[in-house]
Write a protein that binds this ligand. Structure first.
Ligand SMILES: *[C@@H]1O[C@H](CO)[C@@H](O)[C@H](O)[C@H]1NC(C)=O
Ligand SMILES: *[C@@H]1O[C@H](CO)[C@@H](O)[C@H](O)[C@H]1NC(C)=O
Ligand SMILES: *[C@@H]1O[C@H](CO)[C@@H](O)[C@H](O)[C@H]1NC(C)=O
Length: 802
């Protein structure tokens, strides 16, 4: 009898368990998605499958895209850019193709659009799926890095640590799958999905879309794309990543997903995907918040998403150190010196100097100013053990040009320069690794602060033109005729926003209409005359400390984008520093670009929607506005091109000539660094900085040595997975039971939570603009960031400066 009861009970338990499981993992309703609960790729696939492809939506989307894309400044050039990047994509044609194709579900139609934009390799230009998809991310559990192999073979790939160092994530992953992510730190990864790890990285990084330079793409893959998969523009990944780890068997680590929003059921999810056109005041209010955040911190989708994600994962604010306490943070003893080797070379080629151990020098990396306003400052204090003399190297790291407070940025630089001056620091490293740019004017101003000797005084600011378009034509004309709009100094379309090349202001938008025809990207277009934003140009290097080119190194990992790229390009082109890049392809002869996606000013369709709203508040009706998307998807794109800062007339050879096809915008220019360090531990200052400073004293060998690249044929084959099936089976069963139990707990917890509070759908645009250092940034022209209200920061400056 007891046995019978027992059996009966367990049947009841098991069946109720299954029904719970069904609810929880979404078999009943595949779109029951709970925020802050990890899900599997298959689960989200079945949810996405529930929203059918719809021809009408596809047509509308493509139609809207094509109209907005007509504003994409590199549209013509991207059809056939020629060397060095050879971009060949006809956006109109490819988009039209999508409109003709039938997809298995709604999501895949959007993915097809993403795949088209990816081919531009332009971090400024990307389609962003509706937020029901875009607010979801998948993660491989680990971040990775690589170091040079001592035997000259492919770099050794290692585990950096958990993808999200957030306790919540590590905990969730452990309880769901049993892996303690912290315990894999620094272990060597031999294969990834049965492919030798480095080969996998090289292959996969081809598809990273944020840079036209493959070296920067490779670094970005190591740093970001390997582990983080935002559905805003990526497809749903495989269920597992299979890693063969040193001294360990091959492990299939589940790839996990996360949603920033919760959905009760499919119809709830679909409703969010098909939100309808954003047009109400309420929508715009939300947008304005985002616009404000973006006008300082114009993030492209990738980083916006990343930041949102981090904010939503962690309730505690991430650390952006606001104190300015000089303190010693790390001690480092290094053994170094140079041994020169290799390479043929014209001046412009990247040279690799191999580092060999040497005990002559030792040094310490000392943090003088912690990261503040996107800038940190360290000193490398090198002692020559033989002569007992010491040399000081200043390391200024600029994480971005998008500080919350521009004055704070400048103040930090001034403090650094005071230090450099007072301590007689002999060498300067300008560290631009992983810098996604920001405010272009600030880029110019920093350039003139650091290099503004007499020779490089002019122009102090970049002047750009606009390609004429019907929409802008209407906006610029109507704004100038409306008193309110005209006097709105901060409105982009007001004449008061602009200054001409001689710092003269305008009463009307005559500069826009006073155009000229120029051939760019193979087509003749009409362009405005050259203007820039009204900016305060009064910033000066009061120490008058200017370093000679042989005393300055620009350090990059190729991921110096947008404003950073424009800033660095000016230094490179004028040979005002040596340039060193790290990482990239493991090829002695590979040329690595120091910069990425300089692009041009970037906007998205929301900007135009917002402007339309703003114009209607002035009582202006616009006839030529672009259609809205049917839902809340977005398109970010470059819409003003930028040429080298050396081309003071923005790419025009001769203002009266329409022949200037030879000049390419910076976006399509390859600017190789002088030297390359083969180290893919991209954020490891203790390793990177001592290697970098070696190049100060390095003199290139004039004798060209032909390099023979030894092709090591990897005969590494993936080891088969453990054959102890029964162990696998038992552990599988145990894991299943564990998972089931977990699911029950989660479910019960969720039920309790739901009964307490109804799930609210937070919407999208609540970016607070507090971006961390971000790769993937934009040219931004706002000059009024001086008024940014970050009271804490402002008061700290005030206090300090008293
Ligand atoms: C789906 O969820 C929405 C929002 O919570 C709710 O209003 C609706 O009744 C649900 N529909 C079904 C079929 O459960
Ligand atoms: C550099 O190191 C030397 C010797 O260790 C020491 O005397 C000096 O104070 C250090 N300088 C700085 C700026 O830390
Ligand atoms: C530019 O070319 C177009 C078409 O040929 C012409 O209509 C227009 O007047 C030209 N604009 C200027 C400023 O020369």
């Amino acid at each position: 009898m007891q046995i019978v009861i027992g059996t009966f009970l367990s049947i009841v338990i098991i069946s109720s368990l299954f029904s719970l499981v069904n609810c929880s993992i979404g078999l009943d309703d595949p779109c029951q998605i709970t925020e802050k609960v990890l899900f599997k790729p298959a689960e989200i696939s079945s949810c996405f499958d529930s929203l059918d492809y719809d021809q009408d939506r596809a047509t509308k989307t493509i139609d809207t895209l094509q109209q907005i894309v007509s504003q994409y400044i590199f549209k013509d050039l991207s059809k056939d850019s020629g060397p060095p990047f050879n971009i060949q994509i006809d956006l109109d044609e490819e988009l039209a193709q999508i409109a003709k194709t039938k997809y298995d579900n709604d999501f895949l139609m959007h993915q097809a659009i993403n795949n088209v934009f990816k081919k531009l390799y332009d971090a400024h230009t990307m389609y962003h799926k509706p937020w029901c998809y875009s607010a979801m991310f998948f993660f491989k559990p680990f971040q990775i890095y690589a170091v040079q192999s001592p035997d000259g073979n492919d770099p050794i790939v290692k585990i950096k640590g958990p993808t999200l160092t957030d306790d919540w994530f590590i905990q969730q992953y452990k309880s769901a799958y049993g892996y303690d992510l912290n315990s894999y730190q620094d272990k060597v990864i031999k294969t990834i999905d049965s492919i030798p790890a480095w080969k996998h990285i090289t292959e996969q990084s081809q598809d990273v879309w944020v840079s036209k330079d493959i070296n920067a793409r490779l670094n970005e893959y190591l740093f970001f794309d390997f582990h983080e998969i935002p559905l805003a523009y990526e497809n749903i990944p495989d269920e597992f990543v299979e890693l063969e780890i040193e001294n360990d068997k091959t492990i299939k680590f589940p790839i996990v997903g996360y949603s920033m929003f919760s959905y009760t059921n499919s119809s709830d999810f679909h409703k969010n995907c098909l939100k309808g056109v954003l047009s109400s005041t309420r929508d715009f209010k939300k947008n304005i918040i985002r616009e404000n955040a973006n006008s300082k911190n114009l993030l492209p989708p990738k980083r916006i998403l990343h930041e949102k994600l981090l904010t939503s994962l962690s309730t505690t604010k991430q650390q952006d150190d606001q104190e300015e306490i000089p303190e010693i943070q790390s001690k480092h003893s290094s053994k170094l010196a140079t041994e020169t080797k290799t390479k043929t070379g014209t001046e412009t080629e990247t040279e690799i100097v191999n580092i060999r151990e040497n005990t002559m020098n030792s040094g310490e990396l000392i943090t003088i100013l912690k990261k503040n306003y996107g800038i940190s400052f360290k000193i490398y204090n090198e002692t020559n053990l033989k002569s007992n003399s010491e040399t000081l190297y200043g390391i200024i790291r600029i994480y971005n040009f998008a500080p919350d407070n521009v004055q704070g940025f400048k103040y930090q630089i001034e403090q650094i320069y005071d230090y450099l001056y007072q301590h007689n620091v002999e060498y300067l490293v300008i560290d631009l690794r992983n810098n996604g740019g920001g405010i272009i004017d600030l880029g110019y101003q920093l350039f003139y602060y650091i290099f503004g000797t007499e020779e490089y005084q002019d122009p102090k600011i970049g002047n750009y033109d606009f390609r004429h378009s019907d929409l802008h034509y209407e906006m610029f004309s109507k704004c100038a005729l409306n008193e309110e709009c005209l006097n709105e100094k901060d409105n982009f379309f007001s004449p008061k926003y602009w200054l001409d090349e001689n710092e003269k202001g305008f009463d009307s938008n005559i500069w826009y209409f006073q155009g000229n025809n120029y051939t760019r990207g193979g087509n003749i277009h009409e362009y405005s005359s050259l203007v820039h934003d009204h900016v305060d140009l009064s910033w000066e290097n009061t120490n008058e400390l200017y370093y000679k080119p042989e005393k300055v190194i620009v350090l990059s990992d190729g991921r110096c984008g947008s404003t950073c790229a424009v800033f660095a390009a000016k230094i490179l082109e004028n040979k005002l520093a040596k340039t060193v890049t790290i990482g990239g392809k493991n090829d002695q002869n590979a040329q690595a670009s120091a910069i990425s996606f300089p692009g041009g000013e970037v906007e998205d369709n929301m900007f135009f929607l917002y402007q339309n709203y703003l114009f209607s508040s002035y009582g202006i009706t616009l006839n030529t506005i672009y259609p809205n998307f049917y839902s809340d998807q977005q398109l970010t794109f470059a819409w003003r091109e930028i040429y080298s800062m050396n081309n003071v007339d923005n790419g025009r050879k001769d203002k009266n000539s329409i022949k200037n096809e030879e000049i390419l915008p910076l976006e399509f220019t390859f600017l190789p660094s002088d030297y390359r360090i083969l180290n893919w531990d991209l954020e490891n200052d203790d390793a990177i900085i001592p290697q970098t400073i070696l190049y100060f004293n390095y003199v290139p060998t004039p004798t060209p040595t032909p390099t023979t690249t030894h092709q090591t044929n990897q005969k590494e084959t993936a080891e088969p997975i453990s054959k102890h099936y029964y162990i696998l089976f038992i552990s599988g069963v145990l894991t299943t039971i564990l998972i089931l139990l977990l699911i029950i707990i989660v479910f019960v917890f969720k039920l309790r939570k739901q009964s307490k509070s109804k799930t609210t759908h937070k919407l999208i645009f609540d970016v607070d603009g507090e971006n961390e250092d971000g790769f993937g940034f934009s040219l931004e022209t706002s000059s009024d960031s001086f008024q940014d209200k970050n009271d804490d920061e402002q008061s700290s400056i005030d206090n300090e400066s008293q």
